[in-house]
Design a protein around this ligand. Structure first.
Ligand SMILES: NC(=O)c1ccc[n+]([C@@H]2O[C@H](COP(=O)([O-])OP(=O)(O)OC[C@H]3O[C@@H](n4cnc5c(N)ncnc54)[C@H](O)[C@@H]3O)[C@@H](O)[C@H]2O)c1
Length: 282
């Protein structure tokens, strides 16, 4: 296989939540492969910082202050991208928000807020993106950043977030089938914990229990580490490139084996700690 299938020259990529951990790693990766970038986020100063980093590398980037949970913002975003950069080729649906509230205490307001960003926002971006590429009869790719939380329960008050991510996974399959003959490929990635600003803040909310949570998380990941944002960006690059030209409707875990792992399988220990377990000591 020629490496040129990973080349993204002449492709325009929309990334939502671009200024965060996974979003900015994806911007660096896809921009480095030659793509023109349309980076959207609600955080202007973080967008400015990202733009500075990308421009310093010679990457072509335009930034948009846009809230992916607000319909008028999303509609305006795609009108602006079409005006500034033409019809885009790739959408990375990445902006999401969660809460940590047990189901019995979750208000409708909190539920709606999580769904608006983490599920409806993905739908609205995919819809507005598809209108442009369908009208232009262009092949295209959508990569939805889901989570392992979308197909296994993680508890600890991640209820609304997990349900939204489950919706993203099923939306991925439906859109893949709806748009297959129009050559819009739609795939999703399920990261385990990823070392990003958002994730570090989430761990810190556990206060003195943070270390216990970290140990617990690592026990669920057979490869014995959390993911780095670049691990996810590499998978986005593959799914959005011609290397994946026959791949659609796929839900790809990038999780160090987390979803394959049955908790009863190895006494809940990682390969790194297994040799230390009393049962294995001579
Ligand atoms: N970090 C993890 O452990 C992890 C694990 C599984 C899945 N994910 C998913 O990866 C994606 C990115 O997560 P991250 O860890 O990089 O987060 P992050 O908090 O580092 O970055 C998120 C970015 O999204 C932006 N954002 C938030 N709400 C927005 C909105 N309504 N409109 C536009 N932008 C918005 C934020 O300003 C921020 O720049 C999310 O979909 C998240 O659910 C993350």
């Amino acid at each position: 296989m020629s490496l040129s299938v990973f080349d993204l020259s002449n492709k325009t990529v929309v990334i939502t939540g671009a200024a965060g951990g996974i979003g900015s790693a994806t911007a660096h990766q896809l921009g480095g492969a030659g793509a023109r970038l349309a980076c959207s986020d609600i955080d202007q100063s973080a967008l400015d910082r990202l733009k500075g980093e990308l421009v310093a590398k010679g990457i072509n980037v335009t930034t948009y202050l846009s809230n992916s949970s607000v319909e008028s913002d999303v509609i305006t975003l795609y009108q602006s991208i079409k005006r500034d950069l033409g019809v885009p080729d790739i959408l990375v649906n990445n902006a999401a928000a969660g809460i940590h509230t047990p189901p019995q205490d979750t208000s409708n307001t909190e539920w709606d807020r999580v769904m608006a960003t983490s599920l409806t926002g993905y739908f609205m971006n995919a819809r507005e993106f598809s209108k442009l590429v369908l009208a232009a009869k262009k092949p295209a790719a959508v990569v939805n950043i889901a989570s392992i939380a979308g197909s296994s329960a993680i508890g600890r008050g991640n209820f609304a977030y997990s349900v939204a991510k489950g919706g993203v996974i099923q939306m991925t399959r439906e859109l893949a089938i709806e748009w297959a003959t129009s050559k819009i490929r739609v795939n999703a990635i399920q990261p385990c914990s990823v070392n990003t600003p958002g994730w570090r803040k989430w761990v810190e909310t556990e206060g003195e229990k943070a270390q216990i949570l970290m140990n617990r998380l690592l026990q669920g990941i057979p490869m014995g580490r959390v993911a780095e944002p670049e691990d996810i960006a590499n998978a986005v690059h593959y799914l959005s490139s011609d290397a994946a030209s026959m791949v659609t409707g796929v839900i790809l875990p990038v999780d160090g084996g987390n979803l394959s792992f049955n908790a009863g399988g190895n006494l809940g220990l990682t390969p790194n700690t297994l040799h230390d377990h009393p049962i294995n000591r001579k």
